[in-house]
Design a protein around this ligand. Structure first.
Ligand code: PLP
Length: 407
């Protein structure tokens, strides 16, 4: 067996299952889950039709790993409309089966484990795939905390020069999961300068880019590069997905775009790995990237929902409307610290909430790693507002009642 498998950590939902193993949820309430970040708004009908229409001859041939030109052109067209980018569809775009597999596979391409101290830098808290990708590529993850006082910006300045010197890959998540923070141009400038100095590659995970609450759409990594005169996207690849944008997490469709040289190597890897996208999914994806009306509607639903739910929770939790994403990243009341031996405040909060009100939330410490005795997710919970507004609002009122009764 590959010994690196031993280094993988239990996934947050496995830890949640264990935390809840002996909890009996209050039978008076029907269950509501704010645990998993899985979109629940309906998938658009036109997309289902495109999928069905493609079944005719879509199952009769092996797809090319590079994808059909019309799909790559649809992706490039979207990048042009969304970010004003001129991207070469033939060399700077590649379809992937959702951003998750691509974020994982990319590390296997970029990391050279034979180089002394191979390091992958990632935010803390973070999307768990970054860590598994780094470990299985034979690298050591270096976790960089996000700072609550600075709108959960990642504290890149805290990374020692010696760590940057051995860094081969860095994961950036903007808008971030779980805090929804969007990385501004100045931080991109800083990371590009570090990348130039140390030669590391930047993987920019942007799957929440279309769900935002400010007037201005989130800045993309490629857009930042272009604004700073880096139109070849040197050492930069962005990961984009239909899962959240178009409410189709089951379609498994996204794309990567950026540095042509890196994508050439990624294509080679994917050819052997078997990363080609089904022609049926490709056809539906062309339709999805070409339509913006459903994305605008979807964003409006999230905005209405967050406008109703956030104030209810802000009365009892340390929480505010994020820049973007569909999560609230909420600090739990101090009363939950030292509630039960061996449980962090966020774990105690999640357990008691389930027991008393049958609402599931994810303890923030499960999304982060403890570094020098500090877990930057501890004392916070992640609430995924993915269900309909009524259900999310009911959950918020239950949480408010729970906090008033227990804090
Ligand atoms: C930060 C982040 N990146 C990537 C993904 C993967 O999404 P998908 O594989 O559906 O594109 C998720 C899914 O929850 C996520 O939260």
């Amino acid at each position: 067996m590959n010994p690196l498998l031993q280094r993988l950590q239990p996934y947050p939902f496995e830890r949640l299952r264990r935390l809840f193993a002996d909890v009996k949820p209050a039978p008076a309430h029907r269950p509501i889950s704010l645990g998993i970040g899985e979109p629940k708004h309906p998938a658009p009908d036109f997309l289902k039709r495109a999928l069905a229409d493609a079944l005719g001859d879509g199952l009769s041939s092996y797809p090319a790993t590079a994808g059909e030109p019309r799909l790559r052109e649809a992706c490039a067209g979207w990048l042009q409309r969304r970010y004003g980018l001129a991207v070469d569809a033939a060399t700077q775009v590649l379809p992937v089966n959702g951003s998750r597999e691509a974020l994982f596979a990319f590390a296997q391409v970029v990391v050279d484990p034979t180089r002394e101290g191979a390091t992958v830098v990632c935010p803390n808290p973070f999307y768990q795939i970054y860590e598994g990708a780094a470990l299985l590529a034979g690298a050591q993850p270096h976790y960089v905390a996000s700072v609550a006082e600075r709108n959960f910006a990642v504290d890149w300045d805290s990374v020692p020069e010696a760590v940057w010197a051995r860094t081969q890959l860095i994961y950036v998540c903007s808008p971030g999961n779980p805090a929804g923070a969007v990385m501004p141009l100045d931080e991109w400038r800083k990371l590009f300068a570090l990348s130039d100095r140390h030669g590391f590659v930047i993987a920019s995970d942007e799957c929440y880019s279309e769900i935002y609450f400010r007037d201005e759409a989130p800045l993309g990594g490629l857009q930042a590069a272009a604004q700073l005169g880096r139109s070849d996207f040197k050492r930069l690849v962005a990961f984009t997905s239909l899962s959240k944008r178009s409410n189709v997490p089951g379609l498994r469709s996204g794309f990567v775009a950026g540095d042509a040289e890196l994508l050439k190597a990624f294509l080679l890897y994917r050819t052997y790995h078997g990363g080609a996208m089904s022609p049926v999914v490709q056809a539906a994806s062309v339709a999805a990237w070409g339509d913006e009306a459903h994305v605008v509607d979807n964003r409006r639903l999230y905005r209405e929902k967050f406008a109703q739910v956030t104030p209810v929770l802000a009365e009892v939790l340390d929480v505010a409307l994020p820049d973007a994403s569909f999560y609230l990243w909420a600090g739990v009341p101090a009363a939950f610290a030292q509630r039960a031996p061996g449980l962090s405040a966020d774990e105690a909060f999640a357990r008691e909430l389930l027991a008393q009100y049958n609402v599931t939330v994810l303890p923030g410490s499960y999304l982060a790693r403890t570094v020098q005795g500090h877990n930057p997710g501890a004392g916070r919970v992640r609430l995924a507002l993915v269900a309909g507004v009524d259900e999310c609002l009911e959950a918020a009122h239950r949480i408010a009642g729970f906090c008033r009764a227990n804090a």
